[in-house]
Design a binder for this molecule. Structure first.
Ligand code: SAH
Length: 269
């Protein structure tokens, strides 16, 4: 089949599953399609980092099921989540699987889509605003800037990188964004230093983006372990490693200072 469906992306038919990207936590950063899918949902299976506070209002007709994983405790296993999704769809419900950020960025979204396919259930995916980009932006950090960084690599800190991967990051020389990276910060920072990245390379750790307690800790590759320990940095947090951290506009900076920092990297067209 080719061409566009005449139905909107947020339309959730009975007996089907819609994977919805909930964005980085602020209800305003839900897409219009996500809001529509939630409004029509009978069942919402939601995660810890999805925008949970407003869910009862956003999905007024739905049974809300918390399947959120917290470090060290999994209230519902991944297989259990997939089973719930499939069972509710088979019983004819409009099922929304609400995930933090974008469903296809480290969210096991693709496994959940496959589980639907295995069980003959139609599934659609609604992209969300990923924390990989939005959380740095909430701290004033652009991931690219002409003359400074023309690429960014988003990595998962869930498991340590291999030596080849560390070398690849060094060679690419781009901005590195790390999700789920608090626990593996020691191996990552030491690995990047071992592969020759500059000890002075700026690092920012942004905790709890878009919440009332959002906090940014700025350090360098060589000092980040000590600084993170002193600050008591905890998950969830997004790490940004790269020169672009110098462009972070924090409220206490003078705008002229920021412009001067950027000017050092200016390129002429
Ligand atoms: N699919 C999600 C990422 C899932 S992995 C997305 O696209 O955003 C979960 C990780 O995302 C967390 O460990 C943390 O590194 C990051 N994260 C998600 N929301 C966050 C937030 N509001 N503040 C800080 N980190 C966040």
């Amino acid at each position: 089949m080719t061409g566009q469906s005449s139905r909107s992306v947020g339309h959730v038919p009975p007996g089907q599953v819609t994977l919805v990207g909930g964005g980085p936590g602020a209800a305003e950063l839900l897409t219009a399609a996500a809001t529509e899918a939630l409004r029509h949902a009978d069942i919402v299976l939601f995660d810890r980092l999805a925008p949970n506070d407003e869910l009862a209002t956003l999905a007024p007709n739905a049974t809300l099921i918390d399947v959120g994983k917290r470090a060290g405790s999994h209230p519902v296993s991944q297989t259990g989540i997939e089973q719930l999704m499939v069972d509710h769809a088979l019983s004819g419900k409009r099922v929304v699987r609400l995930k933090g950020g974008d469903p296809y960025v480290f969210g096991r979204g693709s496994e959940e889509v496959l589980a639907c396919h295995r069980n003959g259930i139609a599934v659609t995916v609604i992209s969300g605003v990923t924390s990989a980009i939005a959380v740095p932006a909430a701290a004033g950090i652009p991931l690219t800037h002409r003359g400074m960084s023309h690429a960014f690599t988003v990595i998962s800190g869930h498991a340590p990188l291999t030596e080849n991967e560390l070398e690849g990051l060094k060679l690419l020389g781009s901005t590195v964004v790390v999700l789920m990276g608090v626990g593996t910060l020691p191996t990552l920072s030491q690995g990047l230093l071992r592969h020759g990245m500059s000890p002075d390379l700026p690092v920012a750790i942004i905790e709890r983006g878009f919440s009332a307690t959002q906090r940014t800790t700025v350090s360098t590759l060589s000092a980040v372990l000590a600084d993170a320990a002193t600050a008591g940095v905890r998950s969830p947090a997004v790490l940004v490693i790269g020169e672009v951290v110098r462009l972070a506009f924090r409220g206490d900076d003078a705008a002229e200072d920021l412009v001067a920092r950027a000017a050092a990297f200016a390129v002429n067209d």
